[in-house]
Ligand binder design. Structure first.
Ligand code: DX5
Ligand code: ZN
Length: 210
């Protein structure tokens, strides 16, 4: 199981300073992009991702919580994303979006919100490099883990042998909730448990050693 650190709750004015001591322990950086439309909050865009890119070789896992994602795939690909994940609920043409992401040589992911049924992804599974199950309503860091994510992760784990996607989970992951998901997950996203910890590298170890 690998760890993707969500930078959402970092101090963006001191981002590089905060992340620099952590890079060596991180597998991915999770970039939460919010448009104030698909979700009730605004975070940051492709320029921030682009400006962080030269500082680390840690792969970037970009999570688009935006409407009209097709308009922005190119800029997030060119900013240096290794994975781009969009929301199933934000598009009527998910397969076209996956193909568009692949056209830029970026791995393609889909995410679903807590109320969306995981079986809605069935026909897309052959094409996906990552499936991201939301274990909170997207929009904010620091929320409580919703345990209906667990059955969705198990569902994806059962089907995974036929496909090549990574299973990821996002929202409310801490030193306790990690133990509910680690058996069914390849890539765990964690934000505030790490970025608000006094000893951040210790918090990273707690997640990675679960
Ligand atoms: C929620 C974001 C998550 C979240 C993770 O909309 O997609 O990535 O910020 O942060 P924590 O771990 O604090 O829930
Ligand atoms: Zn996220």
């Amino acid at each position: 199981m690998k760890l993707s650190l969500s930078i959402l709750n970092c101090n963006l004015a001191k981002l590089e300073e905060e992340l620099n001591p952590l890079y060596k322990n991180l597998d991915y950086l999770h970039m939460d992009v919010m448009d104030g439309n698909f979700v009730p909050n605004i975070s940051f865009g492709a320029d921030l991702i682009k400006s962080l890119r030269p500082y680390t070789s840690v792969p970037f896992d970009t999570h688009l919580m935006i409407n009209n994602p097709e308009k922005y795939i190119e800029s997030f690909a060119k900013a240096g994303s290794d994975y781009i994940t969009f929301h199933l609920e934000a598009t009527n043409k998910p397969k076209e979006l996956i193909d568009l992401i692949h056209k830029f040589n970026v791995k393609a992911g889909i995410s679903i919100k807590p109320k969306t049924n995981v079986s809605e992804l069935d026909s897309l599974l052959p094409y996906l490099d990552l499936v991201l199950i939301m274990s909170v309503e997207p929009g904010f860091g620091g929320q409580k883990f919703m345990d209906n994510a667990i059955d969705k992760l198990k569902y994806l784990k059962d089907k995974q042998k036929d496909y090549h996607y990574l299973i990821s989970v996002d929202g409310g992951i801490n030193g306790d909730t990690i133990n509910l998901v680690n058996k069914y997950t390849d890539l765990v996203v964690s934000g505030s448990f790490i970025t608000k910890a006094i000893n951040k590298n210790e918090a990273i170890e707690i997640i990675k050693n679960a």
